[in-house]
Design a protein around this ligand. Structure first.
Ligand code: FES
Length: 105
């Protein structure tokens, strides 16, 4: 199912500050969304290790999100934990066009 998050790409770029994780809701899903330049990353907000809220974490220059609880690092594109210490996070396809910012769940 596709959810519309914002109704223009310009609004999306203004709303999602570069590299700052934000919590959004799409249907019943709690999703963490991050903008890096023109690229958007989306993944389950619950860390696959022990469920910490990933929107309270930080991102780095390697396009990883760092969990705030035990600092495991996850590739935001593939969802993999970089040292394979737990299962991968679930990622979602995000796309933009002249109609807005959309996420497929
Ligand atoms: S809960 Fe995220 S690394 Fe442990």
């Amino acid at each position: 199912m596709t959810f519309k998050i914002l109704d223009s790409k310009q609004k999306a770029e203004a709303f999602f500050e570069e590299g700052t994780p934000k919590l959004i809701r799409a249907g019943d899903n709690e999703i963490c969304l991050v903008r890096k330049g023109n690229t958007f990353f989306a993944f389950d907000n619950a860390c696959p290790h022990m469920g910490a809220k990933l929107h309270q974490g930080n991102t780095n220059h390697l396009n990883e999100i760092v969990c705030p609880l035990h600092t495991y690092r996850f590739n935001m594109k593939t969802g993999e934990e970089v040292n394979k210490r737990c299962k991968s996070m679930k990622t979602y396809y995000v796309h933009t066009n002249e109609g807005g910012l959309f996420i497929d769940c």
